[in-house]
Every structure is written in C-alpha cells, then in structure tokens.
Write a protein that binds this ligand. Structure first.
Ligand code: SF4
Length: 179
C-alpha cells in the first residue's frame, strides 16, 4: 500500500507535539485555509508515493523520538494507509499525534464514505489538533497550533466518553474560546 507524501519524513521536531518527534508530511488537502503555510501540499496529485513498508521500517528503527506526528496536507484523506503506520508506532511504544483541518465531529460523521477508515485511524491516535487554520485567530504564542479555534484533543478519552476532552496541559491560551 502506498502513501502520498509532500516531503520526506523529518525527525527531532519540537513544534509538532511534545518531545522529539518524527513527522510525516502527507500530500493533499481540501480545506484551503486562508494563510496556509503549506500551499504546496494541497494538490491531490503532487508530491510522491512511498510504500508504507518503508515508513514502517523507519519507525521500527527510530532512536530518541518520543512519538510520531501525522501532518500535511490533510492526513485524513489517507486514513487507511496511515492507520497501518500509526499502529506500528503504537507497537513500538511511540505516541501518535495528528493534525487535521476537519473538526473531530466531522471526522465522526457516519455518512462520510471514508468513515470506517477514519475511525480506525482515530483509534490509533493519542492526540488530535483539529480544525482549519483561521488567520483572524492566529496567535504565534500558541503551542502546537496556529490559531486558537483549533483544539488539542485527547482522542481516546473523547471516543470513550462521547465528548470532546481537551488536553489542557498543551493549550496555553484562550481555553474558553477554543472549547
Ligand atoms: S488544513 Fe492545514 S494544510 Fe490544509 S489548507 Fe488548512 S492549514 Fe493548509
């Protein structure tokens, strides 16, 4: 199975979640956020394809990384293949963060044709930073997110409790607006 990437996987990131992280930059996004920093990742046909096993091998041999982060682009356009990668990360005791332009509620919508794959991927994710980047809500002092409408969500608790449970420890500002 293939994954479409925008650019090679990077390592040692400290801005895409806590600790040192491997980041997977997926290609393809449909959200068109005004002020997006990665417009080159929007085309669904650009970038390049890589066999999922190549990424899995990298994960098995990772050193000094606390976790992996799925970014892009829009990772949930490639949920099926990313679930395999996220599962491998969990097997190797790495935590999994993901960024998405969808809201958590949108990802759960049962009528979406990718619903099953999205749920399977969510089942492997620890923390989700959700929602489109909103230029009017941009704040460079925010940790791990670009605009304060975006939420940092404890995915497993949220699924279990059928509610949005925020990771307040990572939300350093404007908590009441973000909820
Ligand atoms: S979701 Fe992310 S990659 Fe997609 S347009 Fe918005 S900011 Fe850009």
């Amino acid at each position: 199975m293939k994954l479409r990437l925008a650019s090679p996987t990077t390592f040692d990131s400290i801005v895409d979640g806590p600790g040192l992280r491997m980041v997977i930059w997926t290609q393809g996004c449909i959200h068109n956020c005004t002020g997006c920093h990665n417009p080159q990742t929007h085309s669904l046909n650009s970038g390049y394809k890589i066999d999922v096993n190549e990424i899995i091998d990298i994960i098995r041999n990772l050193k000094l990384q606390k976790g992996i982060t799925l970014s892009g682009g829009e990772p949930f356009l490639q949920s099926e293949v990313l679930e395999l990668i996220a599962k491998e990360a969990k097997r190797n005791k790495l935590d999994v963060w993901a960024y998405t332009g969808f809201t958590f509620e949108e990802l759960l919508e049962p009528e979406n044709k990718d619903h099953n794959d999205r749920i399977k991927l969510l089942n492997q994710i620890d923390v989700l930073v959700d929602g489109k980047f909103e230029l009017s809500k941009r704040d460079i002092s925010l940790k791990f997110r670009g605009s304060y409408n975006q939420r940092i969500i404890d995915v497993q608790r949220s699924l279990k409790e059928n509610d949005i449970i925020l990771k307040y420890e990572y939300m350093n500002k404007v908590l009441s607006i973000a909820k």
